[in-house]
Design a protein around this ligand. Structure first.
Ligand code: AMP
Ligand code: ZN
Length: 115
């Protein structure tokens, strides 16, 4: 799917309403519409990249910055006790929106392994 049609591209462009909670150079964070924990935020690059598996060497900086962005948001949400960062790559892993995103989950105890 091209970026023009992609749901998360449209959220980044403010064409689709979402609760945006953070933004930094080329990255946007917004609340998940179906939260699985008291804090459940999605972090995306504004550039359309369907899956982690599509990333090239050129994406290394943006991937690193996404993790640091997760760190910053976790501090903002007071998740000192712990938080989980999830990246589903591909349908079998549970990816439903094909624009790369990190899930930042926290505010409750987590179990392992995930489902
Ligand atoms: P994934 O299954 O890893 O692709 O995650 C996609 C996530 O996007 C799910 O947790 C959905 O609840 C969430 N989601 C889908 N549509 C929206 C939307 N319009 N605004 C915010 N979150 C959404
Ligand atoms: Zn997109």
């Amino acid at each position: 799917m091209a970026g023009t049609e992609c749901l998360f591209c449209r959220i980044a462009r403010r064409e689709v309403k979402a609760e945006i909670v953070g933004e930094t150079d080329g990255l946007v964070a917004f609340k998940d519409i179906n939260p699985q924990a008291p804090t459940h935020v999605l972090l995306i690059p504004t550039e359309h990249l369907p899956r982690l598996a599509d990333a090239t060497e050129a994406h290394t900086p943006v991937l690193g910055r996404l993790l640091q962005f997760a760190n910053r948001l976790a501090r903002q949400y007071g998740l000192e006790a712990g938080y989980r960062v999830v990246l589903n790559n591909g349908a079998q892993a549970g990816q439903t929106v094909f624009h790369l995103h990190l899930h930042l989950l926290g505010g409750r105890p987590m179990t392992w392994p995930p489902g």
